[in-house]
Ligand binder design. Structure first.
Ligand code: CTP
Length: 400
């Protein structure tokens, strides 16, 4: 069944190379039954043909406040008020900056300021531009103004570089749009959530590393559920082979040190943090620069402790933030769980016990207990990791 029947969507396109993907997004939105009005900036029109967009949407593409030939006025207030959703994809650094400052020197930015409907943005730019503090400030500002941010993702960029800045795939944006219209209470609407997931790789030399069996499935399920509940989700992921959940901004890291940096960079802005990653506790003290040859190896590996990310985040935790740690124990583990909860200044600790059949690494099911700082405890029965993620988030949101 078409999921977007009777939905009026304004699709804003700005001038980046990713604009070619907007044609695919437009087609997907139409296939789901949406009525789509495209608004292009002047720059966008130099990246993608207006005729293509007009044909795919079945509506004339709007660019100016009025039609140069007929003088017909494209009323930005009506466009903004009548829409059920405004999506801007791709969103360039330039238009992002104008939106953050409330400038409206073209039809699209005027529609943005007039819009009463939810607004989704899908940034796309080169990795250094995206990482620039000015762009990050503007992103924070738009998030605080209520924009839902889809992506960007890591991957190959038009510049030939590779990194964070690639526009999310049209299919992911479509899923986020459909989730937005999936009625029902959204318990994390407007909240910022960070989730860590997966293992870390600690290099012995350029070829070998120390790691663990974490699949990342629990963390990814948490990130996906939080995004479906309206949160702006940042997923800090160790090396796993899972696709980025729709509507989630993913930052891929390898080592515990990289995960530490990524988590500490983003943690203070978050309302909820779920630290589900299986971070290595030790790392080789002196990783070799070249591959260690058999005849050179001493047979002993000197390790040094990694920094405890959860404890470091606990030490700088703002009062409004809910910090959730995870622990995997091979025994029942209640005492260890409570010890970790207090030692790392968490509000909740989710305990997996490897004693339970069907719980823990790799599989698709889990069985956990949640311990709250104030002494309450909730035991969840064996269920899929998707269901467990939902129950964890629901219980913690209800009790926070
Ligand atoms: N954790 C972390 N940084 C580390 C090690 C662990 O942030 N360097 C986090 C994990 O992501 C998890 C929680 O701490 O949320 C508990 O992890 P666990 O390995 O069970 O705790 P440890 O303090 O390492 O205790 P131990 O290994 O002695 O059981």
């Amino acid at each position: 069944m078409a999921r977007l029947n009777n939905k009026r969507i304004v699709l804003g396109i700005t001038g980046g190379i990713a604009a070619y993907k907007s044609a695919i997004l437009l087609r997907l939105l139409r296939q789901e039954g949406a009525d789509v009005q495209v608004i292009c900036t002047e720059q966008a029109a130099s990246f993608i043909g207006i005729k293509t967009l007009a044909a795919l949407s079945g509506n004339p593409v709007l660019q100016e406040f009025s039609d140069a030939q007929t003088g017909a006025w494209h009323n930005h207030v009506e466009l903004g008020n009548d829409a059920d959703l405004l999506i801007i994809a791709p969103l360039t650094a330039h238009t992002m900056s104008k939106m953050a400052q409330g400038q409206c020197d073209n039809l699209l930015t005027a529609v943005y300021l007039s819009a009463r409907c939810p607004v989704m943005i899908s940034p796309a730019m080169d990795l250094d531009m995206y990482a620039h503090p000015a762009v990050q400030r503007n992103m924070q500002c738009l998030r605080a103004d209520g924009c839902m941010v889809i992506g960007p993702e890591e991957g190959a960029l038009a510049s030939g570089l590779s990194g964070l800045g690639r526009m999310s795939e049209p299919e992911s944006i479509l899923e986020a749009v459909c989730a937005q219209f999936n009625n029902g209470p959204k318990m994390l609407h407007g909240r910022q959530v960070m989730v860590s997931a997966g293992p870390t790789y600690e290099a012995i030399d350029p070829v070998r590393f120390i790691s663990n069996h974490s699949s990342g499935k629990m963390g990814y399920a948490l990130a996906a559920f939080c995004a479906s509940q309206g949160a702006s989700v940042t997923l800090i992921s160790g090396p796993v082979h899972l696709p980025c959940p729709s509507g989630v901004q993913r930052i891929m890291v390898k080592s515990a040190a990289e995960m530490h940096q990524a988590c500490l960079d983003s943690c203070t802005a978050q309302d909820f943090i779920f630290m589900a990653a299986a971070v290595a506790d030790f790392t080789p003290a002196e990783p070799a620069e070249g591959k260690i040859k058999k005849h050179q190896a001493s047979g002993q590996l000197l390790l040094k402790p990694t920094r405890d990310i959860l404890a470091d985040m606990g030490a700088v935790k703002p009062a409004r933030q809910t910090l959730v740690g995870f622990a995997l124990e091979t025994e029942t583990g209640t005492d260890q769980a409570l010890d970790k909860l207090h030692r790392k200044n968490c509000d909740y600790l989710v305990l997996n016990s490897l004693q339970h059949h069907g719980a823990g690494f790799g599989g698709d099911t889990n069985q956990v207990s949640i311990f709250a700082r104030d002494g309450r405890k909730k035991e969840l029965p064996l269920a899929s990791k998707t269901e467990i993620a939902q129950s964890i988030v629901e219980w913690i949101c209800l009790n926070s």
